[in-house]
Design a protein around this ligand. Structure first.
Ligand code: HT7
Ligand code: ZN
Length: 894
């Protein structure tokens, strides 16, 4: 397969003005009649019309009602000698029942669904399957009425009625022009929760959430989230719902999270269904953000879309930013907003930073790809969102909203580029740092890799100055050896030795400014001098994580302890705790003289954690974040050579040490946070549950381990209490936390609890996913996880065909359990290669995601490194490998 280059973009040779689709739905053989009006694009040299198709059976092609000659070249249908404007009719059939890729038209639980982004529409009919071809669609669906009573497509229902032989039809017309990747249809036995709402302008809209009968009682939260999203977009950005009807439909077979098809969003059930008995607090908050995300695409993605797939972050980075802001605004309190920000940054640093440093590193706006599905990445999404966030930081909240308004004024109804977006935000804010520095700022779109921001501070007591020397660099990435300096907004504050926030006055400024400020770094090296500083301060740099960079500052432990105790910026307060833990982990990993982690944590760290845990003013959710040690993946990223087993052993030892040393405090935390009242998934009560769950896990760990508190007899009651909690819990968060406490401490009661959990929830697929995931992600003890995973693959409830189930067992093991996966005997890698190849046989997109689990193999110590390479080579050697997986493994081996 050849790589597609961004630089090769050319406008389409034809435009498609209207598309009239007629479907006769049948799982084994669906007939599709596609009537289109096309016209030649006069700005492009005359050339044949080349339509994309994939796994279609072509029956007939008519031009202006007449039969015509055509060629099939590879996967394309080629027509020559066409008039300048004409009607084209294409009649094809396809087989939805055999569509295991879940792209195009497929069957799930006896219903029909579509997934067209990025290039699935070509699996439905021959088409110019590219996002810059925008057309008006009308769609007629015909199907057996008893089997498929509900027939949905984009836009408005304009007609419906019976047909012969028990069939019926529905005709939908979409009032908005759209690219074909936003086309959708759904047909099946579904029921809907409905809600009528009024916009600010007094217009009525119908909101619907469609699910299978029996799941209706799990749709309230999704509907509430949708109503919040509609109101929020209107309030914050003046963007109103532009449809009479907005539908969400849930399916349990879905390659990703959800899809923003115009007016007919299709969702993975995981991001729709929730009630307190089956969904955790995390599920509730994910549903809120995914429902928000897809709804926000209605403007950022659907009204203004991407010119080509290299511009994917135009809609995805922007829409992630919008969903992050939505969740923060809904969280309300400053401390709850900060918790959300910390969670977002944690995801960026544990998933995107490794991607940016690995073989799949690419700019936010990539320059080339082989398979576009491989570029729905954390770089395009999460780093892309950080780029948009930096724009907001540089122009202010109001300035950013102005910029978005200008963006829609200029580009509504068009397919545009990341340059167009940045230009609109800058033009709406003349004189801003963004407008002044725009060409340099846009390096965030074109340069891959995570910049390193190095800072060092010097205090001059005589001059009463504090000088920060700042330098930036960015490591080479594939195809991009040297990098030019970035524009880096840097939030800064200075703390006095007592932790008080100091006013800031830069040399040359007339007067000090209270509180923090954002400085903009643009050069490879810069010096910032603060004047009027009476004593050596503690700098709080990159507050709020104002840029997606690695900050290198040689903090002393004392400085970090000051920041942890006093920083008014919650992000840096949390970050100080992470730095303290990280440095202890790294020291212990490097030490050879004593067993891994034996003495990793000192009294100063433990006392600091005790102070946070017992703090009378801090929120429970924030405490839980501070007391969570950096993940094994994040620790690994800080090391040049990675021994995953040593990292695992050190982190487990640190966890155990923290559990023992704070045993009384965990007990206090559990007793005082365990009851959060009637279940509500709001930030305060979910924070309390999270801290209680963490406390219970620690108390079970103490009971399992050796040491004074375990042998005192008091600790041994906790697994029993956890088991009781597991049985009695009134909500899934508490129940799963209790089960997880037993499983992760390795207590014998886990063996009783797990089958009980299965029996209770055997009919709920999403809960069974949790059951599989918990076991696949359990801490490895003597290599027990892989055999358990292999055994679970034989469980009657396991199937690799369902992406959620595959993710819950296989991905949880290969991608989220480094201690269990990286085995010295290479068995984890063998398992990985088997599953990648097996999945690739029927769902290459999901297989390619799994293939990414060994991205960072070159960093591994021996024997892991050689064994991992061997496994990747084995996959690469498979002759009929998909483009998806081949691109990933070829890059890994390059
Ligand atoms: N825009 C959607 C992307 C998506 C997707 C892409 C490829 C294959 C299947 C897919 N399902 C959804 C999701 C989003 O970002 O909102
Ligand atoms: Zn999206």
């Amino acid at each position: 397969a050849t790589a597609i280059q961004r630089a090769d973009y050319s406008a389409p040779a034809y435009w498609i003005d209207t598309v009239d689709l007629c479907f006769d739905l049948d799982p084994a053989k669906t007939r599709v009649l596609n009537r289109m009006f096309l016209r030649r694009n006069p700005e492009v040299p005359a050339q044949p019309l080349k339509l994309d198709g994939d796994e279609l059976n072509l029956a007939r092609v008519l031009v202006n009602g007449q039969g015509t000659s055509f060629k099939i070249e590879g996967t394309q249908l080629v027509l020559d000698n066409l008039p300048d404007a004409f009607e084209l009719e294409i009649f094809t059939t396809c087989c939805p029942a055999k569509n295991t890729k879940l792209m195009g038209l497929y069957v799930s639980n006896d219903s029909f669904f579509t997934q067209c982004e990025a290039e699935g529409f070509r699996r439905i009919t021959y088409f110019l399957d590219r996002p810059d071809v925008m057309a008006s669609y009308s769609v007629t669906l015909r199907a057996d009425k008893a089997k498929y009573p509900v027939l949905l497509s984009n836009g408005n229902l304009v007609a419906h009625g019976p047909l012969e032989d028990g069939r019926h039809f529905a005709k939908w017309v979409d009032p908005h022009r759209k690219p074909c990747y936003l086309f959708a249809l759904v047909a099946g036995q579904l029921v809907a929760r409905e809600q009528r709402i009024l916009s600010r302008a007094g217009k009525e809209h119908l909101l619907q959430v469609y699910v299978r009968a029996g799941d209706l009682d799990k749709t309230e939260h999704a509907m509430n989230s949708l109503m919040h999203a509609v109101a929020w977009d209107e309030a914050r950005f003046g963007l109103a719902l532009d449809l009479e009807r907005f539908m969400i439909v849930a399916t349990s077979d879905f390659n990703m999270g959800a899809m923003e098809n115009k007016g007919l969003n299709i969702f993975n059930t995981k991001y729709v269904l929730a009630n307190q008995a089956t969904a955790t607090d995390t599920d509730y908050s994910n549903i809120e953000s995914v429902v928000g995300h897809e709804y926000f695409h209605n403007w950022t993605g659907d009204r203004v879309t991407c010119r080509d797939w290299f511009q994917l972050s135009l809609k995805e980075g922007l829409t992630v930013f919008r969903d992050q802001e939505f969740s923060q605004d809904l969280a309300g309190e400053a401390s709850a907003r900060a918790v959300k920000r910390i969670e977002d940054v944690r995801l960026l640093r544990t998933a995107q930073f490794p991607e940016d440093a690995g073989p799949m590193a690419h700019p936010v706006r990539p320059d080339s790809y082989i398979e576009i599905n491989n570029f729905y990445t954390v770089t395009v999404y999460e780093k892309g969102a950080e780029v948009v966030r930096m724009m907001q930081t540089l122009v202010g909240r109001a300035g950013f909203a102005r910029g978005l308004t200008l963006y829609f004024e200029r580009h509504d109804g068009h397919a545009v580029t990341c340059d167009d977006f940045a230009q609109a935000i800058a033009d709406a804010n003349p004189g801003s740092a963004l407008a002044t520095l725009l060409p340099q700022f846009k390096r965030w779109y074109s340069q891959a890799g995570t910049p390193r921001l190095h800072a060092s501070g010097t205090y001059d007591a005589q001059a009463r100055t504090y000088t920060l020397a700042v330098s930036q660099s960015c490591p080479p990435t594939p195809g991009q050896p040297p990098k030019e300096p970035f524009v880096i907004p840097m939030g800064v504050g200075l703390l006095g030795q007592d932790g008080q926030e100091l006013p800031l006055q830069l040399a040359g400024e007339a007067a000090p400014v209270p509180g923090q400020r954002t400085l903009v770094i643009t050069q490879a090296t810069e010096t910032l001098t603060f004047v009027g500083v009476d004593a050596e301060p503690v700098p709080s740099i990159l507050r709020g994580f104002t840029a997606p960079v690695v900050l290198e500052f040689d903090y002393s432990d004392a400085q970090l302890l000051t920041l942890l105790a006093h920083d008014s910026d919650p992000f840096n307060r949390w970050e100080a705790g992470q730095r303290l833990a990280l440095r202890r982990a790294i020291k212990s990993i490097a030490a050879t003289a004593y067993p891994a982690g034996a003495t990793a944590l000192d009294d100063a760290y433990i006392e600091a954690m005790r102070s946070v845990l017992r703090h009378p003013l801090l929120d429970a959710a924030f405490k839980e974040l501070v007391l969570t040690l950096p993940s094994e993946t994040y620790i690994a990223e800080q090391l040049d050579v990675v021994d995953p087993q040593r990292i695992h052993a050190v982190r487990e030892a640190m966890r155990a040490q923290l559990a023992h040393a704070l045993a009384d405090d965990w007990q206090w935390a559990y007793e005082t946070h365990r009851d959060s009242g009637a279940y509500r998934p709001d930030p305060v009560s979910s924070g309390r549950r999270a801290l209680a769950g963490m406390a219970l896990a620690n108390l079970c760990l103490v009971a399992q381990g050796s040491g004074p508190s375990a042998s005192s007899g008091q600790a041994s009651v906790w697994p029993g209490k956890a088991y009781q909690r597991f049985k009695d819990a009134g909500n899934m968060t508490d129940r799963l936390n209790a089960l997880s406490a037993l499983v992760s401490s390795g207590h014998a009661l886990a063996a009783q609890a797990l089958p009980r959990f299965h029996a209770l929830f055997k009919d709920d697929a999403l809960v069974l996913d949790k059951w599989f995931a918990l076991q696949a992600g359990a801490p490895d003890r003597d290599g027990n996880v892989l055999p358990a995973v292999r055994q679970l693959m034989k469980h009657p409830d396991f199937t690799l065909r369902n992406p959620n189930r595959a993710r819950s067992l296989i991905f949880s093991y290969c991608s989220a359990n480094p201690g269990g996966f990286h085995r010295a005997d290479a068995a984890g890698y063998v398992f990985w290669s088997e599953r990648v190849m097996e999945l690739d046989g029927f769902n290459p997109q999901v297989a390619a995601r799994l293939a990414r689990a060994l991205d960072r193999w070159t960093k591994l110590a021996e024997p892991y490194r050689s064994a991992a390479r061997e496994a990747i080579v084995r996959v690469a050697a498979k002759p009929d490998l998909s483009n998806d997986v081949r691109e990933v493994v070829s890059r890994a081996l390059a």
